[in-house]
Write a protein that binds this ligand. Structure first.
Ligand code: PBG
Length: 315
């Protein structure tokens, strides 16, 4: 047997290729900021922006025309409070962003459900005695989910890693007539240093401590499978592993649940590749294609990636 026969020409290599990246399965994250007039560049993430509401129609049409499957929205409010009440404000920034994009496009719209951009503490929930209180936070999550679904979000994506968040959100959605709204659960989300650039982008760095009492340890694969199993049990329509690149083994293992699976190619992964490419140390297009193909090969159905729009343009 000569394995090199399989690699003998570009045509043969293409024909025998086992995995590819499908643009329609990519999800483009967008940051939407309240109270700004023009898009503002995010210093920690080259070619990514905070968008004003007024530019969402334009960018979402571009994303749709590129054949990308969905957008994932993050809101940056102009004021925060201890309860993170801006996250469920009727005319809050993410709610208005959802409306804007639903009006302008037929993209699937995913609303990130979290509180870290809305709380003065920068934590993903309500603090009590110095730690995020699980069940008080769940009450807020229920309200956020309903407000996002009211605004027209197709999919709610809870990213706070509270116990019972999927069950709570499913219940709140069903009770408010949103039984057809999907839940994509950030099921196995690690406390990761690769979120650094995002926190600058979304203004969501915790003011004290870290997120290790709710996000899980990247050393734990069995615990990750339990997290996923619980979200499936609670009624998630899709689950997510995050970050993608440091957890490809978990992406692969999570296939056993038979549920639609997303992987999040996070901000630190995006920015690290950009930084290396800017220095001429790697070829940007080739590196991005390799990264996305490997996430797909590991078993992700959907890939959330800041590269989505540019990648779609390369093919
Ligand atoms: C909010 C949230 C974060 C990310 C997605 N949702 C940040 C965090 O958990 O601190 C990170 C995404 C990225 O790094 O691209 N909880």
């Amino acid at each position: 047997m000569r394995m090199r026969r399989l690699r003998s020409s570009e045509a043969i290599r293409k024909l025998f290729s086992e995995s590819r990246v499908d643009t329609s399965k990519l999800i483009m994250p967008l940051f939407v900021q309240e109270g700004i007039k023009a898009r503002s560049p995010i210093p920690s993430m080259p070619r990514q922006y905070r968008y004003p509401l007024s530019e969402l129609a334009g960018i979402s049409s571009k994303i749709e025309e590129a054949g990308i499957g969905a957008v994932l929205l993050f809101g940056i409010p102009s004021s925060k409070d201890a309860k993170g009440s801006g996250a469920y404000a009727k005319k809050g920034i993410i709610q208005r962003a959802v409306e804007e994009i639903k009006d302008a496009s037929s993209l699937a719209v995913i609303a990130d459900l979290c509180m870290c951009e809305y709380t003065t503490s920068g934590h993903c929930g309500v603090l009590k005695g110095g730690d995020v209180h699980n069940d008080l936070t769940l009450n807020a999550y229920g309200k956020i989910a309903v407000s996002q679904a009211d605004a027209g979000a197709d999919i709610i994506a809870p990213s706070g890693m509270m116990d019972g968040q999927v069950a709570k959100i499913r219940k709140a959605l069903d009770a408010s007539g949103h039984e057809n709204t999907l839940i994509m659960a950030y099921a196995a989300k690690m406390a990761s240093s690769f979120y650094g650039p995002f926190r600058t982008a979304a203004d969501s760095t915790p003011k004290s401590g870290d997120r290790k009492s709710y996000q899980m340890s990247y050393s734990n694969a069995r615990e990750a499978m339990r997290e996923i199993a619980m979200d499936v049990e609670e009624g998630a329509d899709a689950v997510m592993v995050k970050p993608a690149l440091t957890n490809l083994d978990l992406v692969s293992k999570a296939r056993r649940f038979g549920i639609p699976l997303a992987a999040y190619n996070v901000s630190g992964e995006y920015s690290a590749i950009n930084a290396a490419a800017q220095r001429g140390w790697i070829d940007y297009k080739k590196a991005v294609t390799e990264v996305l193909t490997s996430i797909s090969r590991a078993g992700a159905d959907m890939i959330i990636t800041y590269h989505a729009l540019e990648f779609a343009g390369w093919k």
